[in-house]
Ligand binder design. Structure first.
Ligand SMILES: *Cc1c(COP(=O)(O)O)cnc(C)c1O
Length: 383
């Protein structure tokens, strides 16, 4: 077996020449902050999401937090989410003084177990924040049925799900609120960045204020001719507006994302086929019974023998292959244990997966020969 002559990372964004040219245009324009590119990006995102309202942020984290504020999450409220996610999903809930109430996952799909959500709802529950793990849609009909019955809001953490579909509909084109991430590790990027898709004009206005100091220029626009030098402040806000540099990158990536996802799915299918006889060593993300399209953001595998994981990752690293264990379940982190009383044993399914899961390299520029090499190294590890 030949060593790869370059390191094959877990992920790597693909930035076209046209993207670089447009970023230069922004830099030369003299207007680097939120401006015409951001406006156009929001408009194009709205078209991509079939006319939904859209608001861009510096990150999905900022978009999630602003969305929780927009639906009125307050100290003492409870918000239901999954333990198998990036910590920001729960951090933003905790930052607002609310309690992230975790619901265990489904061992097959790695998504929140929708059958266990209802029993965790209390009179304090305000919202459900499901995560479309790796790009595989949660069973949204079930989530929305519970939300309707219990009068809850839903904010989908769609950080992995640009281009994912559920029962023939694209995530972000329907439902309550969705939040997408354009961090460079995701399947589409704007450098750093995120976008919220939503229905309510009033909540869109809130997000606009929240991401920019609570400043409302429209009030003063009515009274002044040029309207630009006076403003009113109607609430305290953060500073999480997207820059035109980010939007210029995002605009190109949005045009390319469906094609990039095709490539990711093609490579995922190649992994699946190559590993079809390895089920006694590890298993792959399961296929739910409903119709779906996977974004191909991540390709996770779960080792049958948890004690092998560190060696497995080291072996791949020694052979120039990058992997990451997404994710350590949230209830095992110090803060979540101290603040909310969670402890080891609380979420056995998430722990079972959390000890075994490893994401393999998956990105559009990964060549078939490089992927074949990764497959060979993995097979050799188990020999
Ligand atoms: C990456 C990620 C986020 C946060 O995205 P940022 O744009 O980096 O803030 C949120 N949720 C999940 C599940 C993620 O993987």
């Amino acid at each position: 077996m030949q060593k790869a002559n370059k390191f094959l990372p877990l992920s790597r964004p693909e930035i076209s020449k046209e993207t670089i040219d447009d970023v230069v245009k922004v830099l030369e324009s003299g207007w680097l902050a939120t401006g015409p590119f951001t406006q156009k990006f929001e408009q194009k995102l709205s078209e991509y999401f079939e006319g939904r309202k859209t608001a861009c942020f510096t990150s999905a984290t900022a978009g999630l937090q602003a969305s929780l504020m927009a639906i009125g999450v307050k100290p003492g409220d409870e918000v239901i989410t999954t333990p198998l996610t990036f910590v920001c999903t729960a951090n933003v809930i905790a930052m607002l003084g609310a309690k992230p109430v975790l619901v265990d996952i489904d061992r097959n799909t790695f998504n929140i177990d929708v059958r266990k959500i209802a029993e965790r709802c209390t009179s304090k529950t305000k919202a459900i924040v499901p995560v479309h793990y790796a790009g595989l849609s949660v069973d949204l009909d079930e989530v929305y049925a519970i939300a309707q019955e219990k009068n809850l809001r839903v904010i989908e953490d769609a950080a992995h799900a640009v281009g994912s579909e559920y029962k023939g509909r694209k995530i972000g084109t329907f439902g309550d609120i969705q939040v997408f991430s354009f961090h460079p590790i995701k399947n589409m990027t704007s450098g750093e960045g995120g976008c919220v898709t939503l229905n309510s004009e009033e909540e869109l206005k809130f997000l606009g204020l929240q991401r920019f100091h609570g400043i409302d220029r429209s009030i003063w626009d009515r009274f002044s001719k040029n309207g630009s030098c006076y403003y009113d402040v109607v609430m305290p806000g953060f500073k999480s507006n997207m820059s035109d540099i980010q939007a210029a990158i995002g605009l190109h990536q949005l045009q390319e994302v469906d094609e990039m996802n095709e490539r990711r799915r093609y490579l995922s299918d190649r992994y699946r086929a190559a590993f079809s006889d390895m089920d006694d060593k590890f298993w792959m993300q399961g296929i739910p019974s409903y119709d779906f399209v996977h974004s191909g953001h991540l390709f996770p595998v779960c080792l049958r023998d948890a004690s092998l994981r560190d060696n497995f990752m080291s072996f791949l690293k020694e052979n120039s292959i990058g992997t990451t264990p997404y994710y350590t379940p949230l209830h095992l982190f110090t803060y979540y244990q101290q603040e909310f009383g969670y402890k080891k044993g609380d979420y056995p399914e998430a722990e079972y997966i959390g000890e075994r899961i490893v994401s393999l390299p998956l990105y559009t520029a990964l060549q078939e020969s490089e992927q074949d090499y990764i497959i060979e190294v993995i097979r050799n590890f188990f020999k």
